[in-house]
Design a protein. Structure first.
Length: 117
């Protein structure tokens, strides 16, 4: 039963990661890392393919070994935070405009404390 849950969760994470390649505010790499975690518990073959993927493999390995996030990833996330804040300033009423500001402050401060890989 657990194995089926992880297998389905892995595919859902990959689908969200693929969607993140099309939508600017949805991250891709965190969902691929989550998918690798799920597939490690349900399908070693698919996990192996993710670990050797030319674009995502090194991100997964860096996260597993050192909890590292690339500088490029940190910058991309920070720009996405800024874009979200600008959209909120334009379209959201008070106090909802503060939601992306607070999310960016909390998540961004954690993000920039991670080692770079």
């Amino acid at each position: 039963m657990k194995q089926h849950f992880y297998f389905l969760s892995g595919w859902l994470s990959l689908a969200l990661g693929a969607l993140g390649m099309l939508l600017p505010l949805l991250p891709t790499v965190p969902f691929v890392i989550l998918a690798a975690y799920c597939f490690a518990r349900s399908s070693p073959q698919i996990e192996g393919r993710l670990l050797t993927h030319p674009h995502f493999g090194h991100h997964i390995v860096a996260w597993r070994e050192k909890g590292a996030i690339s500088r490029k990833g940190k910058i991309a996330a920070t720009l996405a935070f800024a874009f979200s804040i600008v959209l909120a300033l334009i379209f959201s009423p008070w106090p909802w405009v503060m939601v992306p500001v607070i999310a960016a402050a909390v998540t961004g401060s954690w993000l920039w404390t991670r080692p770079e890989g």
